[in-house]
Design a protein around this ligand. Structure first.
Ligand SMILES: *Cc1c(COP(=O)(O)O)cnc(C)c1O
Length: 332
């Protein structure tokens, strides 16, 4: 695949580290060897996966003559934090539409990512009820800004369109290169599956490079069937944009929905355990909404012998640790 054909801003200049987790693996009985891809260390304010997608999405915005970015997310959205962060670096205005998926969860002076929205000087924040038509709400903001002479560009939630997912195809290629240079063979990969761009991009990259590494997505909100359909559709769209001739078989997409708990962003005991265990064995911070639940999934799969004994399992750490500070009660 030739990814240089697409405009990007070069936000990702170096490969993120790929590390072994010996103490964490030992705490899980050394049944498997767990490795971690540190996309929590990507550039952009406080790091995280959205930087790879925004690298391509903001390039597209600039190609289209935009001077203002509009995007949306949940009230503690890492995606909103990173979109704002890159807009600041590009000298563009950024407007956010926040979906209050849990009624009453938006606090104007909230901590975590919400605090960072204000610190980085977000131009406007509109809060809409859970289940709102987010594209419709962002379009309203765009219409108003156009009347004021601005040139707005809308980035969808999570930057999860075929443009953004291309960033995770690049990540899969980066991983394959790293594994080759350290001569490590990975048997299985585990990724969080939210707005789907990360999962879809990784699958397209692994399939497109003929890596033969199965990928399991751990859902953070939706039921298995619904999420697999969303990931598959986005993966096919992304593969087509990259000029892949083969269509992407549905069997390449596997999701687990057993670790969502009561719902998106709502804490679970297994998430708390996962966050504490990784912090106490490896001093790496997960987050309560995505990477914590995804790691809870990996831990459970290890305990239930889902992976062959002695397998090398790679976890994609997508970031999100600023949200921890909005969940102090959960960990105290
Ligand atoms: C957005 C996000 C995810 C999920 O990635 P998607 O591409 O939306 O599926 C995972 N982890 C963190 C920390 C995120 O912010």
């Amino acid at each position: 695949m030739n990814l240089t054909q697409f405009p990007r801003r070069n936000y990702v200049q170096d490969a993120t580290p790929l590390e072994a987790l010996p103490a964490f693996s030992k705490a899980l009985g050394n049944k498997v060897n767990i490795y971690i891809k540190r996309d929590d260390l990507l550039p952009g304010c406080a790091g995280g996966n959205k930087t790879r997608k925004l690298d391509f999405c903001i390039a597209d915005a600039i190609e289209n003559g935009a001077d203002t970015i509009i995007t949306c997310g949940a009230v503690q959205s890492n995606h909103c934090r990173l979109t704002l962060s890159w807009a600041v670096k590009e000298g563009m205005d950024c407007h956010l539409v926040l979906e209050e998926r849990v009624a009453g969860s938006y606090k104007k002076d909230g901590s975590g990512n919400n605090f960072l929205f204000n610190l980085m000087g977000v131009k406007s924040t509109s809060v809409v009820p859970g289940g709102s038509d987010m594209l419709g709400e962002m379009t309203k903001v765009a219409e108003q800004l156009k009347k004021e002479g601005k040139k707005p560009y809308i980035i969808p939630g999570g930057a999860s369109n075929a443009i953004g997912a291309t960033g995770y195809v690049a990540c899969a290629e980066e991983i394959m290169q790293q594994l080759f240079s350290i001569n490590l063979s990975i048997d299985h990969m585990v990724v969080p599956s939210g707005s789907a761009g990360t999962h879809a991009g990784i699958v397209v990259g692994m399939y497109g490079t003929n890596a033969g590494i199965p990928v399991s997505g751990i859902n953070v909100s939706r039921p298995k069937d619904v999420q697999e359909e969303i990931v598959h559709n986005l993966a096919m769209e992304t593969a087509q944009r990259l000029g892949m001739r083969e269509s992407l078989p549905k069997e390449q997409i596997t999701c687990f929905d057993g670790y969502v708990g009561p719902g998106y962003s709502l804490p679970t005991d297994s998430m708390t355990e996962a966050v504490q265990l990784l912090a106490r064995t490896e001093a790496i911070l997960l987050d309560p909404v995505y990477s914590g639940k995804a790691m809870a999934g990996l831990i459970d799969l290890v305990r239930n012998d889902y992976f062959a004994e002695g397998a090398n399992v790679l976890f994609l750490h997508t970031g999100g640790s600023p949200a921890l500070y909005a969940y102090l009660d959960t960990f105290q």
